[in-house]
Design a protein around this ligand. Structure first.
Ligand SMILES: [Ca+2]
Ligand SMILES: [Ca+2]
Length: 186
């Protein structure tokens, strides 16, 4: 059974899952009745200075693959309809550039400001990590209903520490939009 993490928890992927190489990061959400929200999963692969090694290490709906080929976004989902993962990112941990020391997983609401949308309109938002080879769910982090006024969130990060990959359930809500993260990490 998958481990369920709470905000702030960490999980050592390398130690606890030594055979793990290819992972799927799945994000799912449901929208409360009467609303229509488009959530976007984005990835920032940053170096030890906290910056993108080059712009293309920002992976989102308009740039689906990292230059090292290690991280691939499978494409935009605009409604969140259905119980399964709504947006997915595939990552090959062994192929990640040695320039990258941290992978940030950001979820933002498309056009939130203009449409006056926020996370309070969502239910059942989660992130999970699967082993692509065995299709086994390794961990899951359910977003609590504690971000009613936020429009974007750093959901989790996968950090490299002395050649081990550690997942952190960060859960840091924000209101800066995707551009705000680009401004921070580019
Ligand atoms: Ca989307
Ligand atoms: Ca859904």
């Amino acid at each position: 059974m998958a481990i369920t993490l709470k905000k702030g928890n960490t999980f050592n992927l390398t130690k606890k899952e030594p055979t793990l190489k290819k992972i799927m990061i799945g994000l799912g959400w449901e929208v409360k009745q009467g609303n229509a929200l488009d959530l976007d999963a984005s990835i920032f692969m940053i170096n030890n200075k906290g910056k993108l090694p080059q712009d293309e290490y920002f992976i989102f709906y308009n740039n689906l693959q990292s230059p090292d080929g290690a991280v691939k976004h499978t494409g935009d989902n605009r409604t969140g309809a259905g119980d399964d993962d709504d947006e997915m990112v595939l990552a090959n941990l062994d192929a990640i550039s040695s320039n990258v020391s941290e992978i940030l997983i950001i979820v933002s609401i498309h056009d939130a400001e203009a449409r006056r949308h926020n996370f309070g309109m969502l239910t059942d938002a989660y992130i999970r990590i699967l082993d692509m080879e065995t299709k086994r769910e390794i961990l899951r982090y359910d977003l609590d209903a504690e971000y009613p006024t936020n429009t974007d969130i750093e959901f989790g990060r996968i950090r490299k520490e002395e050649n081990e990959w550690i997942f952190v359930a960060s859960g840091i809500g924000g209101n800066k939009g995707l551009q705000g993260y680009v401004d921070t990490y580019a």
